[in-house]
Design a protein around this ligand. Structure first.
Ligand code: GAR
Length: 195
């Protein structure tokens, strides 16, 4: 493929991962972040997107699950890869069937995954179980929460004095380092396949 690999970022909240990705690919000849999609019109990620001059697109639950609006928008943008970065809704089957989609999860799947296991809920559960280690999982998205093929896991310690916030901070650092690198590897593969 001679053009850049177009990615769409889906996020529901603050968007520190989205920002790490935007920053990493700011001057890239390989990857173009086409648009930031969100189910939450008040999400801070939308402000981050605008500060990088990126298009944003928001949608309601009804639009996401009962219409083709998001699907058509992705097609129009010629999206090659969808990147979930703190996106809290299950992705509809039609999108899973048509697009390559990856997600990042703030724990070592298959532990601490599934519906309701997101953000601080994950870290609270890890601490409640007195785990000695946690980490991140980057995986393919299929029709079930957190069940797709695992692409990468990175570990970090859980310290006796950790709070959900301190653990989240350690995990976020790992995420910001590894998510852009994983996206880059997938984009290289997609470009090679399309060439
Ligand atoms: C990240 O830690 C991500 O792993 C998690 O939400 C956070 C979003 O942070 N995702 C999930 O829990 C998905 N089940 P961010 O908005 O600062 O990128």
């Amino acid at each position: 493929m001679s053009r850049k690999i177009n990615i769409a970022i889906f996020a529901s909240g603050s968007g520190t991962n989205a920002q790490a990705i935007l920053e990493y690919f700011k001057e890239s000849n390989l990857v173009e972040v086409k648009c930031i999609y969100s189910n939450n019109p008040n999400a801070f990620v939308l402000q981050r997107a605008r500060s990088y001059d990126k298009a944003t697109f928001t949608f309601s639950k009804e639009e996401f699950y009962k219409t083709d609006k998001v699907f058509q928008h992705l097609r129009h943008n010629q999206i090659d890869l969808i990147v979930l970065a703190g996106f809290m809704w299950l992705v509809p089957e039609k999108l899973v069937e048509h697009f390559e989609i990856i997600n990042i999860h703030p724990a070592l799947l298959p532990s601490y995954g599934g519906k309701g296991m997101y953000g601080h809920h994950v870290h609270e559960a890890v601490l409640a179980n007195q785990e000695k280690k946690s980490g991140i999982t980057i995986h393919m998205v299929n029709k079930e929460y957190d069940k797709g093929e695992i692409l990468l896991q990175e570990l970090c310690p859980v310290l006796p004095e950790d709070t959900p916030d301190s653990l989240a901070e350690r995990i976020h650092k790992l995420e910001h380092e590894h998510y852009p690198l994983t996206i880059e590897k997938i984009a290289q593969k997609l470009r090679f396949q399309g060439s």
